[in-house]
Ligand binder design. Structure first.
Ligand SMILES: [Zn+2]
Length: 290
């Protein structure tokens, strides 16, 4: 048996699956209710134990917010959790007896969409999560591409304007500084949900801000297409709920590139698995690494 865990700042989800990756059950709770990393590990181990029946769980993957020390399975300093340098893989391995793989949450969501969501049937796919921040996961030749240091796919930190605003990462003019929900909220004085809601109702200023953000996303897709040549972009995260508002501009911008000829234009799709993508991807990662 396999298990996949999606650890976020607000929720933690545990999914149990057969060794072919087919889900048996999944449970979730609120991360802050658990408090400490050890309490989270104990809760996850107890849930796995409760649902595994007589079967042994051999492999578990955890998708967690970066930065992560992939080699040692350590959660370094997630931005939305007060946990520092937690050896999560070793802790969960001790509690369950399983092999545990700690991975980046956006990578796991991308893997989920690739194997069981919008990206099924592709070989080269770029997953982008567009929410408070902007992250991504790269699937190249059918495999998750993590890069030399495990940090590939940081799409939000591609620089699109060297004179742009300063981002949290220390760089100036990152994609995320322009279109991340937190930065859009700061810029407009409304939460991202309010901004997209107003745009949907036809508010002119909100529409302009959303359209500009979608255009920047489209420009990022042009750069990514030139660098990676994917068959498909899959866009998930909170903003993808406003798909009808952003899709025409994203696709229109991508298609406006005279360099990317129609024959090599990637498709642009909305993610299909919603907030289950992370746990589904973690199960796949556990299966691949069992
Ligand atoms: Zn940045």
């Amino acid at each position: 048996m396999l298990a996949g865990i999606d650890l976020g700042g607000t929720q933690v989800r545990v999914a149990l699956a057969r060794s072919d990756g087919n889900l048996i059950t999944s449970v979730k709770t609120k991360t802050p209710l658990l408090g400490t990393p050890q309490a989270m590990v104990d809760w996850a181990a107890a849930e796995i134990d409760k649902h595994r029946g007589r079967e042994k769980v051999r492999s578990i993957a955890i998708g967690a917010p970066g930065p992560i020390d992939l080699k040692h399975g350590i959660l370094v300093n997630p931005p939305n959790l007060p946990w520092r340098n937690v050896p999560l893989a070793a802790m969960l391995s001790r509690a369950t007896g399983a092999k545990v793989h700690l991975a980046n949450d956006a990578d796991m969501a991308g893997l989920g969409e690739f194997h069981r969501g919008a990206g099924r049937g592709t070989r080269n796919m770029v997953y982008i999560t567009w929410s408070t921040g902007v992250g991504g996961g790269l699937i190249i030749d059918g495999k998750l591409h993590r890069g030399a240091h495990g940090t590939a796919g940081e799409i939000g930190h591609m620089i699109i304007d060297p004179n742009g605003p300063l981002d949290n990462c220390g760089q100036r003019g990152c994609l995320e500084a322009f279109i991340g929900g937190a930065n859009l909220a700061r810029e407009t004085g409304h939460s991202a949900a309010e901004l997209f809601g107003a745009a949907a109702k036809g508010d002119k200023h909100a529409r302009m801000v959303v359209e500009r953000a979608a255009r920047y996303m489209g420009l990022a897709l042009i750069s990514l297409t030139n660098a990676i040549d994917p068959e498909m972009f899959v866009i998930g995260g909170g903003v993808s709920r406003s798909w009808a508002l952003v899709e025409p501009t994203i696709v229109g911008t991508l298609h406006s590139s005279p360099f990317i000829k129609p024959a090599r234009r990637p498709r642009v799709r909305r993610a299909r698995l919603g907030d289950r993508a992370g746990q589904v991807g973690a199960v796949e990662w556990a299966r691949i690494n069992q």
